[in-house]
Design a binder for this molecule. Structure first.
Ligand code: ZN
Ligand code: ZN
Length: 238
């Protein structure tokens, strides 16, 4: 078995709350410096920086794998991480999510810029709609959309009272077939299990939810996997 160092919850400068320093090159270089094996950049309701991040990682002789991901806000205001084997699938969910965001434009001075970059960290665009709005997609509909695209769902920071699936619904809808939940880096799995007994059936991962470079995880969160293929990792999580 391989011990794979992960951080599957990182925001780029595309998320309004992500710092401008969270560029494709900076994220990849920091993850390499920290000795991580697999990262996922999971911006709020968008995947538009993933092409650049994957292009940057490709130049690094496969030392670091990038899992395509998006942190989706459902209409219940739950944050759910969607992970895909392919960039194309993530970009398709990106396209759908944009249509399901309300017509509320981002106010840069208030929320921060939503920057799209190329593989040289050049700004090539901005997303106009505010990405931290809730979409009008319900949890079950999201599950259907993501499953059809070959992806999986991992409810984000389930220990939190707000913006988590448990905080919003109070329970885990069994029809979603969730296998893995994410716990905030400030909370322990033991505490979560004490608070919610039904969580015994699930496996857990920690993610940094980094919005700044220094917040990206160290080699501290591991998965035991038979190999380092992204396909293997996805099957393990979902
Ligand atoms: Zn979140
Ligand atoms: Zn997040």
């Amino acid at each position: 078995m391989d011990k794979v160092a992960i951080d599957l919850h990182i925001h780029s400068a595309l998320s309004p709350c992500g710092e401008a320093e969270m560029t494709p090159n900076n994220i990849v270089n920091m993850a390499l410096l920290k000795g991580l094996d697999v990262i996922a950049v999971t911006d709020h309701n968008s995947a538009k920086n993933l092409p650049a991040i994957m292009a940057v990682a490709k130049k690094n002789k496969k030392a670091l794998s990038i899992l395509a991901g998006i942190e989706v806000t459902t209409k219940e205001e739950a944050h759910i991480l969607a992970y895909f084997e392919t960039l194309a699938a993530a970009m398709e969910l990106d396209r759908i999510l944009y249509q399901h965001l309300p017509e509320v434009l981002n106010k840069k001075e208030l929320f921060g810029a939503q920057t799209i970059m190329d593989e040289h960290d050049q700004i090539i665009g901005e997303v106009d709609k505010l990405l931290i709005s809730a979409t009008d997609i319900g949890v079950s509909q999201l599950w259907e959309l993501v499953t059809n695209l070959g992806g999986i769902l991992v409810p984000a920071h389930i220990d939190r009272k707000s913006y988590s699936l448990i905080g919003s619904l109070g329970f885990m809808p069994p029809e979603l077939g969730i296998k893995t939940c994410e716990v905030s880096k400030t909370e322990t799995v033991e505490n979560v299990l004490k608070r919610f007994r039904f969580f015994k059936e699930y496996q857990f991962i920690h993610g940094s939810d980094a919005h700044r470079l220094e917040e990206i995880a160290e080699r501290e969160y591991f998965l035991e996997l038979p190999d380092r293929q992204l396909q293997t990792l996805i099957r393990h999580l979902g």
